[in-house]
Design a binder for this molecule. Structure first.
Ligand SMILES: [Fe+2]
Length: 385
């Protein structure tokens, strides 16, 4: 960080965690208003929503269910959900799902709060007041969206990802982390979402806004991911690995909610939007190459990351320790079955001017520790082969 700057660090709202933590949902809704319950078809078919609905009925809490969240949260589905929120006269949000579901619920919150709705927010209009009170219950350990003030939605027509930014006004009031909800997660999803969490931690650790509070969260997230991701992918019903990975994803979310991300995410969003690659995979494919690129500017921070990964770095220079951290990330990804090249990913990758322009214009590029030219962006796009 620039030590002459004044920083502000926010902590998240309430975080409730542990096996069976979803039992606490009714007590945290804190509202007389009808609850808008957001979920996705995968969560419904995994049987995760049923106990939540039963709990609400038992507690006499009125709710309206929207369970048609689509991957990548396209704006059209947000508008459909908001229409239902208004028709049903809802006044609070409860979301049970992965990153797309939580981001969709936040976007509905923006849509019903801001004049001009989510479409206006997508073009830069800012929230002037908080979204309705939200309880977020993640069913994957990755996005950290349960504690961040951003929501990523997809503009399908223009093939771009839009980041809605609302800071404290867009943060859920309560995050409930229940590892029992991960028990039926496909191991592939556990791996990909874990890679997203690791990208958040490593980008928040090294970027230009880095500061000690965010670093504490990021480093512990890295430690927990290296200690638990393999075990969770091996057995998603492992409660210890589950609660630790949920904690890691929330800690990493808290880190980047305060300081932002970097080039891995700048590159991942266009890949996701143009080639329909999941966000976690898109981050995973660029994380090692971006780390290598960034080492010149952030070797000291990567050394601390290497230590958090459990590597022995005594006697190594910072650059050598940074190199060891890159290798450890690649090894982790290989172990959990994450592709490290376009070929393995099955994508016919061709970098386009449009994708380069997108990267050149995003704020995550501006805060990346190492400055990047247009040629650097092209080289990074072409690196994972
Ligand atoms: Fe991410």
């Amino acid at each position: 960080m620039a030590f002459s700057d004044i920083h502000t660090h926010f902590n998240p709202g309430r975080v409730v965690f542990g096996p069976g933590a979803i039992q606490e949902i009714p007590g945290f809704l804190e509202t007389e208003a009808k609850v808008f319950l957001v979920s996705d078809p995968g969560v419904v078919s995994a049987g995760v929503l049923e106990p939540v609905e039963e709990m609400l009925k038992e507690a006499g809490i009125a709710y309206s269910l929207y369970d048609r969240v689509l991957p990548d949260a396209p704006l059209s589905s947000i508008e459909e959900a908001s229409a239902q929120y208004r028709e049903e006269g809802c006044g609070a949000l409860l979301v049970v799902g992965g990153g797309s579901a939580i981001d969709s619920a936040k976007a509905v919150g923006v849509d019903v709060t801001l004049e001009g709705g989510a479409a206006a927010a997508a073009t830069g209009a800012e929230l002037t007041g908080p979204i309705p009170p939200m309880v977020a219950v993640p069913t994957t350990a990755g996005t950290g969206s349960e504690v961040t003030g951003v929501a990523v939605v997809a503009d399908e027509a223009n093939k771009i990802k839009i980041v809605l930014r609302g800071g404290e006004l867009l943060k859920p009031k309560t995050a409930i982390l229940d590892p029992e909800l991960l028990a039926n997660l496909p191991p592939k999803v556990a791996a990909e979402t874990g890679a997203d969490a690791l990208s958040h931690a490593l980008e928040a650790l090294v970027n230009r806004n880095r500061q000690p509070f965010a670093e504490a969260h990021a480093l512990h997230a890295i430690r927990l991911i290296f200690e638990n991701l393999r075990a969770l992918v091996g057995d998603p019903s492992n409660l210890e690995a589950g609660v630790n990975m949920l904690a890691a994803s929330t800690l990493a979310g808290q880190a980047f909610a305060n300081v932002g991300l970097g080039l891995t995410h700048s590159l991942a969003h266009p890949l996701g939007a143009h080639h329909h690659v999941s966000h976690g995979l898109a981050c995973a494919i660029y994380l090692p190459v971006v780390m290598e690129f960034n080492s010149l500017a952030a070797a000291g921070a990567y050394r601390r990351a290497a230590q958090a990964m459990g590597l022995e770095v005594g006697g190594l220079t910072d650059m050598e320790a940074a190199g060891a951290a890159v290798l450890a990330v690649e090894e982790l990804f290989e172990d959990v079955g994450i592709p490290l090249s376009y070929q393995e990913l099955g994508v016919e990758f061709q970098v386009t001017d449009e994708m380069i322009e997108e990267v050149l214009g995003v704020p995550t590029r501006a805060i990346n520790p190492r400055v990047s030219t247009r040629e650097d962006i092209v080289a990074l796009f072409n690196a994972p082969r």
